[in-house]
Every structure is written in structure tokens, then in C-alpha cells.
Write a protein that binds this ligand. Structure first.
Ligand code: NAD
Ligand code: GLY
Length: 367
């Protein structure tokens, strides 16, 4: 299989996403990176034993001092306290301003390592080596970095682009099936918001994707990254268009925060959130019931939940509304949703509260 490259054109912050097999442990993947006295690999307790040594080996010829910090694994650890472990490792190893941080892992490690890179000495370079499907198709690309706050997800952070993204499809072989499905949610997302041909392709290849066939994975990662790149180069800091990438996320973030981070995976919450956002789009006359059912069927086939959890014994819809008010898209207390039409166009809009309540009631399991 031929390796592929997607380029993110952002003037002096431009970079390449390399997609292929046997990439992350190949020194050639890092040949164009700048010289540095130190590098710090950030991984977690699951990914480090699997892949950290091989990355260290690949970097050894180029960098003299290679340090590794191993964080606890889980969304619940995407916090200030864990972030501080990265700063501790940087300072204890006397890392200077040229130090390159390597984020080796899923979106949690990538977001935290990127945020640490944005802050340490007011900014050091970093490289994303995403090892989950979700991170390869979404979180490692585009420069959103950050941590959670008990009151909401990803509320503390910075836009900070990596020097390079290395998507090695071989690392996906060790991913638990539930995590693979979570990544497929973000792959599916790109269809309704931007590319109906891609939606059709995912439908035709969902079994191959679930079976982790490399050619299918390569296409899914490349097309997802191309669509994400198309959005990010037009609106790097989310003043408008980029918000469409949050399709399903308004409801999804409420599910994650309402249940407690880590209970449902981010991708699971997004998958179910997309069903809710499509239902809302239907009630606003933007799509028909057949299209909602089509995407819902695909989400279910990907192994994702399509019914939302009940977050409160009484007034469940009210609890969803309360949690969605903390979403970053909210303006002056009004919740804004990413809605879609049948022609793969997405819009960010407010919606009448009564309609949102109807959607939550229709799309959630009953106690
Ligand atoms: P994650 O980072 O928690 O990884 C999922 C699980 O898989 C973890 O237990 C991890 O240790 C394990 N894992 C990772 N790679 C593995 C491998 N190759 N083999 C075996 N196990 C492996 O979760 P995620 O789904 O990758 O990312 C979710 C996070 O990404 C959320 O915090 C979300 O907010 C964030 N996110 C950020 C952006 C962005 O633009 N920055 C976009 C989407 C999501
Ligand atoms: N995952 C949403 C974004 O990068 O904007």
C-alpha cells in the first residue's frame, strides 16, 4: 500500500499528515523535523508499553536526549493535574525552548500534549503520532488542544498546530473494538456535513472498516483528513465554518458530562449526538425521515449507540438543556446546534427549546 500525504495549508503553520503503514517507528517519518537537544514523548499507561520504545528507537539517531512521560489512561485524567505531569517532566529534564513534544496516543494524550506544547516556555514544537482511529481522523489534525473542566469538556485550551501528524494504520491493530467504533463515529460525521459520496462509501465499506482492512482504513483516514483540512484552512480558529465539525457534539458533550467523563466514549456520545442532531434537523424541515434513518442505521452498524442515556429521573430533557448551555458554541446563554440538510451542507443555528425537548424525549431510553 502506498503511503499518502494530506497537507494543511496555514502559511507558516502549514504541515503534513502522513498516512500509511510502518510509519511511526521509521526514522524517515521524522527526517524533516528540526534539530533539538531534547524530545519528550507523552504517552499513557496503555500505549507506552505497546509503542513508546519503538518511537524512542526511531528518534534515537536524530535526538540526543529522549525522555518519556507516562500519564494515567482515561478521559477522567484530561485535567490540570495530569497536564502538570507533562510540565514536571519537561522541567525535571531541563528541556529548553527547542524541545519537541511527541504526542503518542489517542485524542486525550494528543489534546493534553498539544496544550502542554502551547504553554511550555510560551510554545515549543510538537508532533502528533495518533494511535486511535478517532485521533487519526480528527483530534490530531487542526490544532485544537486542551483539557476538561468539571463543568464541561475541552473548556480550557489553545489553538496550536503540530509540526507534523504521523498516522500509522498498523497501530490500529491493537485498538479495542469499542474504540474502533468510537473512531468510526467521527468518520461518519464527515459524510452528512460535507460529502455524500463519502457517506455512500462508508456504507459500502463498513464491514471492511470494522474488519480493519488496511486499504479501507487508509481511505477513511485520508478522506476524513482531507475534509477536515478543507474546513480548517478556511477557519482555523472557529470563527464560523469550523463549528460544522461539531456535528453531533452539542448533544454528545451533554451525554459525556452528564454521565461523567469516560462512562461513554467520546465517539459513542458523538454517534448518538448525530442521531439527535439529525432528528432536530428533520423537525426543522431540513431533512426527511428516510435520510435520518439511513444515517442512524449506519451509526448502529458501526457498533455505536443510537439511543441517548437518561441523565435525570425527572425532566431529562431539562438536564440535557442545562448541560448543553455550557457548550462553547452557546452565545448569550442560547444553545446553538450543528444542523444539516440533505445536500451535505451544515449550519450552526439556535433551535426552539420545545423542539429540542421533543428530540431528547424521542431519542433517549426511558428509566
Ligand atoms: P483516548 O485518547 O482516551 O483513547 C482511547 C483508548 O484507547 C484509551 O484507553 C487509550 O489508552 C487506548 N489506545 C490508544 N491507542 C491505542 C492503541 N493503538 N492500541 C490499544 N489501545 C490504544 O480517546 P480517543 O477516542 O482517541 O480521543 C478522545 C478525546 O479526543 C476526547 O478527549 C475528545 O475530546 C478529544 N477530541 C479532540 C479533538 C480535537 O480536535 N482536538 C477532536 C475530537 C476529539
Ligand atoms: N473536532 C472539531 C474540530 O477540530 O474543530
Amino acid at each position: 500500500m502506498k503511503n499518502q500525504t494530506v497537507r494543511i495549508e496555514l502559511q507558516e503553520r502549514s504541515y503534513c499528515i502522513a498516512i500509511g503503514r510502518s510509519l511511526f517507528d521509521d526514522p524517515r517519518s521524522y527526517a524533516e523535523l528540526p534539530a533539538a537537544s531534547h524530545v519528550l514523548i507523552v504517552a499513557n499507561s496503555t500505549v507506552a508499553p505497546l509503542y513508546a520504545q519503538r518511537l524512542e528507537q526511531a528518534l534515537r539517531g536524530k535526538y540526543a536526549a529522549i525522555h518519556t512521560v507516562v500519564l494515567p489512561d482515561g478521559e477522567v485524567y484530561k485535567t490540570w493535574q495530569t497536564l502538570n505531569q507533562i510540565f514536571d517532566a519537561l522541567l525535571e529534564n531541563q528541556c529548553d525552548r527547542k524541545t519537541i513534544i511527541f504526542a503518542l496516543g489517542g485524542g486525550v494524550v494528543g489534546d493534553m500534549a498539544g496544550f502542554a506544547a502551547a504553554c511550555y516556555m510560551r510554545g515549543v514544537p510538537f508532533v502528533q503520532v495518533p494511535t486511535t482511529l478517532l485521533a487519526q481522523v480528527d483530534s490530531s489534525v487542526g490544532g485544537k488542544t486542551g483539557i476538561n473542566h468539571p463543568l464541561g469538556k475541552n473548556l480550557i485550551g489553545a489553538f496550536y498546530q503540530p509540526l507534523k501528524v504521523v498516522c500509522d494504520l498498523d497501530t490500529l491493530s491493537t485498538l479495542p473494538p469499542r474504540e474502533l467504533s468510537a473512531g468510526l463515529a467521527e468518520v461518519i460525521k464527515y459524510g452528512p456535513i460535507a460529502d455524500l459520496n463519502f457517506l455512500q462509501w462508508i456504507e459500502d465499506n463498513i464491514d471492511a472498516l470494522l474488519a480493519r482492512e488496511p486499504l479501507a482504513l487508509a481511505h477513511a483516514v485520508r478522506r476524513s483528513c482531507e475534509i477536515k483540512a478543507w474546513v480548517v484552512v478556511q477557519d482555523e480558529r472557529e470563527s464560523g465554518l469550523r463549528a460544522i465539525l461539531n456535528f453531533g457534539h452539542t448533544f454528545g458533550h451533554a451525554i459525556e458530562a452528564g454521565l461523567g467523563y469516560g462512562e461513554w466514549l467520546h465517539g459513542e456520545a458523538v454517534g448518538c449526538g448525530m442521531v439527535m442532531a439529525m432528528e432536530l434537523s428533520r423537525r426543522l424541515g431540513l431533512v426527511d425521515a428516510a435520510y435520518v434513518q439511513r444515517v442512524k442505521t449506519l451509526i448502529a452498524k458501526a457498533g455505536l449507540p443510537v439511543l441517548g442515556p437518561c441523565l435525570a429521573a425527572s425532566d431529562n430533557a431539562g438536564r440535557y438543556l442545562e448541560l448543553m448551555q455550557i457548550d462553547k458554541k452557546a452565545q448569550d446563554g442560547a444553545i446553538r446546534f450543528v444542523l444539516i440538510d440533505g445536500a451535505a451542507r451544515a449550519f450552526v443555528r439556535e433551535a426552539p427549546e420545545a423542539l429540542v425537548r421533543e428530540v431528547v424525549d424521542a431519542c433517549c431510553v426511558r428509566l
